[in-house]
Design a protein around this ligand. Structure first.
Ligand SMILES: *Cc1c(COP(=O)(O)O)cnc(C)c1O
Length: 480
């Protein structure tokens, strides 16, 4: 069994084994003609059920053959130009190389004595990102597992900085289309069930600052404590960017922590043409960035940034075995002092490799391309009477729905759109997402693949219209 351990004597096995895996994936990527096979849960589950984990195959090639059956054949492939569903990007090769290196070396970023250069590389990338955000000289941060964790940690810091002895009085303000992790975080932080105040959005799905001011006022008048405002820079559904300068103004007026959730919009930090859309982000107390959404990085790669490094102390605990207090005096950089996690992946290496090979402008170019494509898609949708499109994109999502020519019952329109999404998924021809706007069912394209073209968009819209019409035709037949 020792031959399976990665060490000085097994370099050849390592090379052969990993190369064999890479060859399979490369062949798969080349041969994928649809984003999905459309397989149903009930058809895939038995193949996985059948495998007896207590009877190993002892042969890498055989295991890779098996993996083809249980995973690779029917995976959902984000690199395919007709995968248009969620905030999943195709990944860049330098980052995948970084992933291979980091898992083989297997550094853990909690302490210096488990990572050395890894710690310094992560710190430099945090500084680099902070420079782009403009958070100032005392800024700091840490890599996290994702935007949800970054938001949780930001709100933890905000809760502690609010210095209230009664958590039931704390209030968080976030727009009605902010990410659900805000509410989940409030619950994890022991805040009351009504702690998150939902602020209405305008026609473009941006937080209404007049309403925010009103809510902040009301909060004070009711003797409650405003703990944080969460501004979203790139809402998950619409890509809308809350008015950051006005929100920053209100936060300083009311003395409230300003958190910017830029999990999605952070891609603009590398854009040469559209960076100004993030104007005002530099006034935040904390920022969430998800490199695994708009920097073309493999999952996971994310960070929490803070304006003032001192605020990270709220996540600091010392353990004798790991990061004793004296190490702080000895100036030994232990990232665990800043993190909610202990053992932690060296995800930063992927971004490092990406920046060293492609440069930041390279990422920005790719992100600009998908934003341009969304703009083009919006024009296509707006000109097509079969569809209703919700907002003109600030980033790269399009929310729309099919409006059949003959039907007037809104429930039928909802059902037709739901059906079209499901039918498309089952066909494997394309994958799109869905969401609700008000009470109504909509469809969504999240465009993160620069290989997707306007022709892909047109073709997928035709498929959607076809499925919706077919559904309505059949259900009307049934009704008559
Ligand atoms: C995706 C997203 C999150 C959550 O990030 P994960 O990396 O999925 O945990 C938070 N906020 C916004 C706006 C997002 O789009």
């Amino acid at each position: 069994m020792r031959t399976h351990l990665l060490n000085d004597t097994t370099a050849d096995r390592y090379r052969r084994s990993v190369t064999e895996g890479i060859e399979r994936v490369a062949a798969k990527l080349a041969a994928t003609d649809r984003p999905f096979t459309g397989i149903a849960v009930d058809d895939l589950a038995p193949r996985i059920d059948r495998i007896d984990l207590d009877r190993p195959l002892h042969d890498t090639t055989a295991v890779l053959d098996e993996l083809e059956e249980v995973y690779l054949r029917d995976a959902v492939y984000f690199h395919h130009p007709r995968y248009l569903a969620h905030l999943n990007c195709p990944v860049v090769i330098p980052a995948v190389l970084g992933e291979a290196v980091l898992s083989a070396v297997n550094s853990s970023l909690d302490t210096w004595d488990q990572s050395a250069g890894g710690t310094l590389i992560e710190r430099k990338l945090i500084d680099w990102t902070n420079e782009r955000v403009g958070l100032g000289p005392a800024a700091d941060g840490v890599f996290t597992s994702g935007g949800s964790q970054s938001n949780l940690q930001a709100l933890l810091l905000a809760r502690e900085e609010a210095k209230s002895d009664n958590p039931a009085k704390l209030r968080i303000f976030a727009s009605e289309v902010s990410h659900f992790s805000v509410k989940k975080s409030a619950k994890l932080l022991g805040l009351s069930a009504d702690s998150v105040v939902s602020v209405p959005v305008d026609h473009d799905k941006r937080m209404q600052t007049v309403a925010l001011a009103r809510e902040l006022d009301r909060c004070k008048r009711d003797g409650l404590v405003p703990m944080a405002v969460v501004a979203t820079a790139g809402t998950t559904d619409f890509g809308s960017i809350d008015p950051l300068p006005e929100i920053a103004e209100l936060c300083s007026q009311y003395g409230v922590w300003m958190h910017v959730d830029a999990a999605y919009g952070c891609g603009l930090l590398t854009s040469l043409r559209n960076r100004d859309r993030l104007g005002g982000i530099e006034r935040a107390d904390s920022v969430t960035v998800d490199y695994h959404k708009s920097f073309f990085q493999p999952v996971s790669s994310s960070a929490l940034l803070v304006r003032d490094t001192a605020t990270l102390r709220h996540a600091t605990y010392h353990a004798e075995y790991l990061n004793p207090r004296r190490m702080v005096q000895e100036r030994i950089p232990n990232q665990v002092d800043k993190s909610l996690q202990t053992t932690r992946r060296f995800d930063a290496l992927k971004l490092w490799m990406t920046l060293r090979v492609m440069g930041a402008d390279g990422i920005g170019e790719l992100f600009d391309e998908v934003c341009d494509l969304a703009e083009e898609g919006w024009r296509i949708l707006a000109a097509d009477p079969r569809f209703d499109v919700v907002v003109r994109p600030s980033l790269s999502t399009l929310v729309f729905r099919h409006i059949p020519s003959a039907v007037t019952d809104p429930a039928d329109i909802d059902r037709a759109n739901l059906y079209a999404r499901k039918a498309l998924f089952a066909s494997g021809d394309a994958v799109v997402a869905g969401t609700k706007v008000g009470a109504r069912q909509y469809l969504k394209f999240t465009l993160l693949n620069p290989e997707t073209t306007a022709d892909d968009i047109t073709a997928v819209l035709d498929l959607i219209a076809g499925h919706a019409e077919q559904y309505l035709g059949e259900s009307l037949d049934r009704a008559s």
